[in-house]
Ligand binder design. Sequence first.
Ligand SMILES: Cc1cc2nc3c(=O)[nH]c(=O)nc-3n(C[C@H](O)[C@H](O)[C@H](O)COP(=O)(O)OP(=O)(O)OC[C@H]3O[C@@H](n4cnc5c(N)ncnc54)[C@H](O)[C@@H]3O)c2cc1C
Length: 445
Amino acid sequence: MTTQNPLKNVLSAQDTGYDEERSGFQAAYAHRPALVVAAETADEVRAGVAYARENGLSVAVQSTGHGLSAATNSGVLISTRRLKDLTIDADRRTARAGAGVTWAEVIAAGAPHGLAPVNGSAPGVGVVGYLTGGGLGILGRQFGYAADHVRGFDIVTADGALRQVDAEREPELFWAVRGGGGNFGVVTAVEFDLMPLATVYGGILAFADEQVERALAAYVAWAENAPEELTSSAALMAWPDAPFAPEAFRGRYVLTVRIAFTGSAEEGERLVAPLREVTPPLVDDLRTMPYTESHTIHSDPPAPHPYDGDNLLVDAVDAAALRALTGPDARGAVVQVKHLGGALAREAKVPNAVGHRGAHWLVTVLSALFEVDRGTARAAHGRVLEPLQERKLGRNLNHLFGEFGEEVVRDAYEPETLRRLAEVKAAYDPANTFRHNYNVRPKVD
Ligand SMILES: Cc1cc2nc3c(=O)[nH]c(=O)nc-3n(C[C@H](O)[C@H](O)[C@H](O)COP(=O)(O)OP(=O)(O)OC[C@H]3O[C@@H](n4cnc5c(N)ncnc54)[C@H](O)[C@@H]3O)c2cc1C
């Protein structure tokens, strides 16, 4: 293998640090590349991509590893976790983040200015992986997808060029990267909008055991009438009697309604009153909190572990679906019912590739692969989602966890969007160098 490009910070399988660098949050499987480029600069990313091109290798990208989809066993892995530059422009209400920055870091940096990003439920997720996949946030109904708020990217494409891309410069690529995932190159930095938001009213209402089914049906009916300023979801889980479980949940089957509302506490209390009246909640911690505490609304697991998960975007959750979501198969998994609509249903000011904006609900089913193998988990997930198939619009790529076939990419976009993505792919990555993702294949004439 030869290269004209000076490679720096390279690790191969014999090197100390190789295993740590290729490992991420998803512990069910991992990249095993020929080389890892532990990039510290955009130029090092560029050298890594050029090296791959010159040697006929594919390129995988990893930041935190929350969204590992297709592992490489022979390509070059660009590890972006050291690209930690982060600047806030309080006057323009924007952030510019390197590809290794996580949402926790943006939330912390924005807070002193009273600014918040359009982040998701887990602050440890990487900014770039999240928003290239769309980015469905805890305040999505008010602010839309995170991809809708991107102003521009720096991206290294398969030809080894570092490009500045925005609504004016290379607009087709700008359209595609916002929703089309990691298919088009390695994003080295991204600039995006922040919202003027210092606090949020929210938290959880939890219902247990024999109250769960009634509370879930009441939640779905209640959410349909919520204002856009309120985003909510429900999570269902049979908690083990184990120390990692919150004390109140141990050994119980629990429905947690997670709420985030940007209006006043008084208005929030008025809005949630009907839910509190369904049946007395086991836990009720709704309050006004600094935005820096908003991760407590979902309390996603912070530690790496093995998991697998599927989802469906649907236009309605009917009675048959509700039964399946609380049935025996569902009780071995974590089921989430996420309320969409509002700004999520509207096209971004500068349109992008996010699919299926018409969906009203996202239903996800996920299993930690400790006591169950992937095949058994997938079969159960299929049975849980089966009654929703009739109402299916598609799938959300950010809420797929594990390796899947091409059908999930077909499901993620309307046919016209997928056709256009394939054209952009053919223009910027005709050899499909960036294929270790939910892969959009280049259009062949
Ligand atoms: C606990 C948990 C909670 C989550 N909550 C939400 C949520 O609320 N809303 C939501 O929308 N999603 C959510 N997700 C999904 C998450 O947004 C995706 O898995 C996302 O891809 C993770 O990005 P990452 O950089 O952290 O992970 P990585 O595994 O490092 O990256 C995932 C993929 O993104 C692409 N990618 C990453 N960095 C780059 C780059 N610099 N250039 C080009 N492509 C790149 C690559 O294809 C890569 O394989 C959650 C995931 C988990 C595990």
